[in-house]
Design a protein around this ligand. Structure first.
Ligand code: G6Q
Length: 550
C-alpha cells in the first residue's frame, strides 16, 4: 500500500519479512550480555567498526550479533532505503505533505554538478548565493561595509528561531576556535524580551549588524524581535529608515516581506522551499557562521557535509555510517523499547550540539502517521537529549548506569584537542572510554564482593552493564568535521524515517499552539473584560494573568 506515496514499493513495516525475522531474532538475543558477546569473539571490538570519510564509528558495544546486523540491513533494503536515498538526491518531492523536494544535499553539492528540481539545475543558484555571501562577508571583514555613521561592523546579531537559530548558534559555538575574535556574535531567538535586552545591552548600535533569518519572514518571534531591533537601532543611531539598509540584512525566501521591512533586497540572501528549516544551517541561514569563521572555513564545512552525503549515497548499508546508526536506533527503539538516545559530546565546543540535534531528530521523526496517513502501530522518533562530557557524568549518568531504563548513548570524541593544556585531553578521553566500558560490562556482584564490600551494600554497588553505546572518534574538530557530524545525523534521521515509513520533513505538530497563541494575544492585551471561550483552566489562567500583569 505504501507504494504510491514512497515510490519504494515497500510493504507496511509490520509486514516486511525482515521485521518479522527481527521480532523472532529479538527473542533469541534479548538476554545476551555484551560481556559474553565480547568474550566469545575477541575481535568484536575491531570488527564492528566503520572507518570511512574521516569518521571512525565503533558500534561493537551495541546489543547486536552479526545476524542482527544482517537482518537490519535486510530491513533497510526491504524498506526501500536505497530508492529513497536516490529519490532525495534526484530532487523528487519526497516531502509529500508539503509537495516539496528535500535537497539540503544540494546546498553542499560542488560547483559543476547538477541536481534538477522542476526542470532546473539548482546547483548554480546555490553557488551564486554562496558567492554573494562570500562577497558580503569579505566587505564586512575588510571594513568596506560601513554602518550609518561610517563605523565598521564589529557586532553581528542573528535574529531567528528554530531552524533559523539552532544551527547558527550551534555552529558558532562549535567553531569558535576558528572565529574572528575581534567581532562579537550574538543570537536572539526567544520572544521573551529578555533575550533581546541582554543581547544588545552592551553594544554600540553604530557597529551592530542584524541578520534577520527567517525563511517565511512571518514568524511571530523573529518579526517581533526584528521590529524591536529596528526600533533600537533607529533610536540609538538617530537614524532614518535609510540607516536600516546599513544595519540589517535578511536571509529569506520572501522578498516581498523583506522589502516591506525596509531591508534593501540587494542585501537579501535567498534560499529555497526545498531547504527545510532544520536542514538549513549550511544555506544562507549560515551567514553568521560565515561571518564568524570566514568563507574558506565555511566552504570546508560544506565539503565535510558533502563527503558524508557521498558516503551515504554510495556505501553499502553494512558499512554505511548514517544507515548503521539509524538502524541501530530502530533496533533499540522498536525492539528493546528504548525511548531516548543520549548524545554525549566530549568536546566543550559542541555544547549546543545536543540541542541542535533535538530539533533535527524530534521535529523530523516525531510523527504518528505513515506517509499514507495511517496511524503507526510502532513507536517512532526517540527522544534525543544530552550534555557535554564529562559534566554529565556528575549528573544524569547515574540513571544511565543503574536506572531501570535502557538509554542508548552516542559518545563523540576527538583525538586531538584544539586547546592542549597539560593532561586535560587524555583525562577527557579516558573518561569516554571508561564510560562506554562501564556501560557495556558493568560490575558483577562477585566483583563487588571481592572488593570487600559488605553484603548489604553489594546490590547498591552492582552495575548490570549491557547498556548500548556508539563511540564516534574523529581526529579533530574542524569546520570540515563539523559538517561531517551534522550530515551523519541528518542521514541517520532519514534512515530511521524511511524504516518507519513517515515523513521526516514536515512539522505540522508545531502549528496548533501557534494558532492558539494568536487568538490569546489580544485577550491578554485587551483592557476590557472580554468573554473568553476557552476551557475553564485556560480562561482562569488568562484572567489571573490580566489581574497580575500591571
Ligand atoms: C524547521 C521548522 C522551524 C522553522 C522556524 C523558523 O524545520 O520549520 O523550526 O525553522 O519556525 O521559521 P522561519 O525561518 O520561517 O522564521
Amino acid at each position: 500500500m505504501a507504494t504510491q506515496a514512497t515510490g519504494t514499493g515497500a510493504e507496511a513495516l509490520p509486514k516486511r519479512k525482515a521485521w518479522k525475522a527481527l521480532q523472532e531474532h529479538y527473542e533469541k538475543v534479548r538476554s545476551l550480555h555484551l560481556r559474553d558477546l565480547f568474550a566469545s569473539d575477541p575481535r568484536r571490538g575491531e570488527r564492528m567498526t566503520v572507518d570511512d570519510a574521516g569518521i571512525f564509528l565503533d558500534y561493537s558495544k551495541n546489543r547486536v550479533t552479526d545476524e542482527t546486523l544482517q537482518l537490519l540491513v535486510q530491513l533497510a533494503e526491504e524498506s526501500g532505503l536505497r530508492e529513497r536515498i536516490d529519490a532525495m538526491f534526484r530532487g523528487e518531492k519526497i516531502n509529500i505533505t508539503e509537495k516539496r523536494a528535500v535537497l539540503h544535499v544540494a546546498l553542499r553539492a560542488p560547483k559543476g554538478t547538477s541536481i534538477v528540481v522542476d526542470g532546473e539545475n539548482v546547483v548554480p543558484e546555490v553557488h551564486s548565493v554562496l558567492d554573494k555571501m562570500t562577497g558580503f562577508s569579505n566587505r564586512v571583514h575588510s571594513g568596506a561595509w560601513k554602518g550609518h555613521t561610517g563605523k565598521r561592523i564589529r557586532n553581528v546579531i542573528n535574529i531567528g528561531i528554530g531552524g533559523s537559530d539552532l544551527g547558527p548558534v550551534m555552529a558558532y559555538e562549535a567553531l569558535k576556535h576558528y572565529s574572528d575574535r575581534a567581532m562579537t556574535f550574538r543570537f536572539i531567538s526567544n520572544v521573551d524580551g529578555t533575550d533581546f535586552a541582554e543581547a544588545v545591552q552592551d553594544l554600540d548600535a553604530a557597529e551592530t549588524l542584524f541578520i534577520i533569518s527567517s525563511k517565511t519572514f512571518t514568524t511571530l518571534e523573529t518579526m517581533t524581535n526584528a521590529h524591536s531591533a529596528r526600533a533600537w537601532s533607529l533610536a540609538n543611531l538617530g537614524g532614518t529608515e535609510l540607516s536600516v539598509a546599513k544595519h540589517f540584512v535578511a536571509i529569506s525566501t520572501n522578498e516581498k516581506e523583506v522589502a516591506a521591512f525596509g531591508i534593501d533586497t540587494a542585501n537579501m540572501f535567498g534560499f529555497w522551499d526545498w531547504v527545510g528549516g532544520r536542514y538549513s544551517m549550511d544555506s544562507a541561514i549560515g551567514l553568521s557562521t560565515m561571518l564568524a569563521i570566514g568563507p574558506d572555513h565555511f566552504r570546508a564545512m560544506l565539503d565535510g557535509f558533502h563527503q558524508i552525503d557521498e558516503h551515504f549515497r554510495t556505501a553499502p548499508f553494512a558499512r554505511n555510517l548514517p544507515a548503521l546508526m539509524g538502524l541501530l536506533s530502530v533496533w533499540h527503539n522498536n525492539f528493546f523499547g528504548a525511548e531516548t538516545v543520549a548524545v554525549l559530546p566530549y568536546e566543550q565546543y559542541l555544547k549546543r550540539f545536543p540541542a541542535y540535534l533535538q530539533q533535527l531528530t524530534m521535529e523530523s521523526n516525531g510523527k504518528h502517521v505513515t506517509l499514507e496517513g495511517a496511524e503507526v502501530t510502532y513507536p517512532t522518533g526517540p527522544i534525543y537529549w544530552g550534555e557535554p562530557g564529562t559534566n554529565g557524568q556528575h549528573s544524569f549518568y547515574q540513571l544511565i548506569h543503574q536506572g531501570t531504563r535502557l538509554i542508548p548513548c552516542d559518545f563523540i570524541a576527538f583525538a586531538k584537542t584544539l586547546n592542549p593544556l597539560g593532561q586535560h585531553h587524555d583525562m577527557l578521553i579516558a573518561n569516554v572510554f571508561a564510560q562506554t566500558e562501564a556501560l557495556a560490562f558493568g560490575k558483577t556482584p562477585e566483583q563487588v564482593k571481592a572488593e570487600g564490600t559488605p553484603e548489604w551494600l553489594v546490590p547498591h554497588r552492582v552495575f548490570a552493564g549491557n547498556r548500548p553505546s556508539n563511540t564516534i572518534l574523529v581526529e579533530r574538530l574542524t569546520p570540515e568535521t563539523l559538517g561531517k557530524l551534522v550530515a551523519l545525523y541528518e542521514h541517520n534521521v532519514f534512515t530511521q524515517g524511511t524504516i518507519w515509513d513517515i515523513n521526516s520533513f514536515d512539522q505540522w505538530g508545531v502549528e496548533l499552539g501557534k494558532a492558539l497563541a494568536q487568538r490569546i494575544i489580544p485577550e491578554l492585551e485587551s483592557r476590557e473584560e472580554t468573554t473568553l471561550g476557552h476551557d475553564s483552566s485556560t480562561n482562569n489562567l488568562i484572567r489571573r494573568y490580566r489581574r497580575l500583569k500591571d
